[in-house]
Write a protein that binds this ligand. Structure first.
Ligand code: HMG
Length: 419
């Protein structure tokens, strides 16, 4: 038996004591764990020790559908929130972000294997669609009461003996994972009783039936700010950068990571599942058969036009949303968005983030803004005391292009010697 067997059955403080002994943790490390623990964390995860904090900063005046929103962002990366704010300020000089959603359905799969004739089975299952939807809905009557539920099925032949029965469910305000899995298991059991070899039943994170579309238009002159380039030159360079994202996987992944800097920060702050959104977005980036940048920028007359559509299945209830005080606070700051509005805020944050990054890349380069904002973390990292941080940050910012920990350490030492 492992020495850790039954670890989860101990109380949180017993677990912390055990770990402190095994890992020889100092008194201050033990105190840190204790001070950062709460009953909510223990209710959320297994083998809980303490809670890991992520800073929350504010995105101000994000322009979406002719209104402006405050959006809390949870991220540990310097310059992301500054860039999102910069992007939002640029978006606001044009139309802001205009969004649309045709439908918001979660997809679930019942995977059936060892079929003799997949084409015949496909027809039979489609003929049974009404009954299969009823079986699914009977498994989750509370969702029907809230006006949601299974809406349709689709059958996809995967190979000569295997198919996927896809159930499309309206989860209303929730993200829908638990409801959909319950419904799928009911359908799986119904099909097993009919003699089908059902391998498994599980939701799909590829939220292709929950696409949010977004567009924005910015007069090119609004892009100038402090740059020697004209607005149309900057816009043309952003369009060229966007074109490269459609051609180079290496570049597309980096651009999408930048867009996700903003998207994930809002998803996390709103108590939603970052892995769900992340997986869906990267998969969708390949939906044409080639991995591409998720946001496209073109020029029309004197306007820079951004367009995108992203699978964004997020909820305004369920999961940690109802139990984590920070999430409830963030939702209050965002003016309690419903699930659709939250997806709109997320897509608009992604556009602001991508625009600011591209503008920086095609003008000053990324290091100037990114590294100068990293100076604060660097000062803390090298041990600057609170009263030393401001002068060290200012000195580091003078050398943003070549700033690193060794240089910061050296500068701190010199500052102390010269005192
Ligand atoms: P700037 O033009 O030098 O600064 O931008 P500014 O002083 O003119 O400020 C412009 C606006 O930016 C401000 O407006 C603020 O909204 C915001 P104002 O309030 O003055 O009216 N802003 C800030 N907000 C909060 N805190 C701050 C702050 N500073 C400016 N400290 C800036 C400076 C960093 C914003 C700009 O250079 C920028 O947007 N850079 C991009 C940085 C970035 O994308 N960082 C993400 C990490 S890098 C990455 O992972 C992604 C990437 O690889 C993606 C890709 O390759 O596509 C780059």
């Amino acid at each position: 038996m492992s020495k850790w067997s039954g670890f989860y059955q101990h109380s949180v403080s017993e677990r912390r004591n055990l770990i402190s002994q095994v890992c020889h943790l100092t008194v201050s490390e033990q105190k840190f764990m204790q001070q950062n623990a709460d009953s909510i964390g223990d209710a959320q995860v297994e083998n809980y020790l303490y809670s890991f904090q992520v800073p929350v900063g504010l995105l101000l005046d994000l322009p979406v559908n002719h209104e402006k929103y405050l959006v809390p962002m949870a991220t540990e990366e310097p310059s992301v929130i500054a860039a999102a704010n910069h992007g939002a300020r640029l978006l606001a000089k044009g139309t802001g972000v205009i969004t649309a959603q045709a439908e918001r359905l979660m997809t679930g799969q019942v995977l059936i294997q060892n079929l003799g004739d997949v084409d015949a089975t496909e027809k039979i299952l489609m003929q049974q669609a009404t009954q299969l939807i009823a079986v699914a809905n009977q498994a989750k009557p509370s969702l029907i009461q809230r006006g949601g539920g299974a809406q349709r099925i689709e059958v996809k032949v995967l190979d000569a003996t295997t198919l996927s029965l896809d159930l499309l469910v309206d989860p209303k305000e929730a993200m829908g994972a638990n409801s959909v899995n319950t419904m799928l298991e009911a359908v799986a059991s119904f099909l097993r009783n009919q003699g089908y070899d059902v391998l498994m039943a599980i939701l799909s994170n590829y939220s292709i039936h929950a696409l949010t579309h977004a567009q924005t238009r910015i007069p090119v002159d609004a892009l100038v700010e402090h740059s020697d380039l004209s607005g149309s030159q900057i816009a043309e360079q952003i369009v060229a950068a966007s074109r490269i994202e459609q051609l180079s996987v290496e570049r597309a992944v980096t651009a999408n990571k930048g867009t996700l800097n903003g998207i994930e920060a809002v998803v996390l702050a709103s108590g939603n599942d970052t892995r769900n959104v992340n997986a869906a977005l990267h998969a969708y980036a390949s939906h044409t058969g080639r991995y591409r940048g998720l946001i496209r920028w073109t020029m029309e007359d004197d306007e820079l036009v951004g367009t995108t559509e992203l699978p964004l299945l997020v909820g305004s209830v369920g999961g940690s949303i109802g139990i984590v005080p920070a999430v409830q606070l963030n939702r209050r700051i965002m003016n309690e968005p419903d699930a659709k509005m939250l997806a709109d805020l997320i897509i608009a944050t992604g556009m602001a983030q991508n625009l600011a990054a591209l503008r920086a890349l095609v003008t000053d380069g990324i290091q100037q803004g990114h590294m100068s904002l990293q100076a604060k973390s660097l000062a803390v990292q090298v041990g600057a005391r609170p009263e030393e941080q401001t002068p060290l940050v200012e000195a580091l910012q003078q050398q943003a292009q070549s700033m690193d920990a060794a240089k910061a350490k050296m500068m701190l030492r010199k500052m102390r010697e010269n005192k």
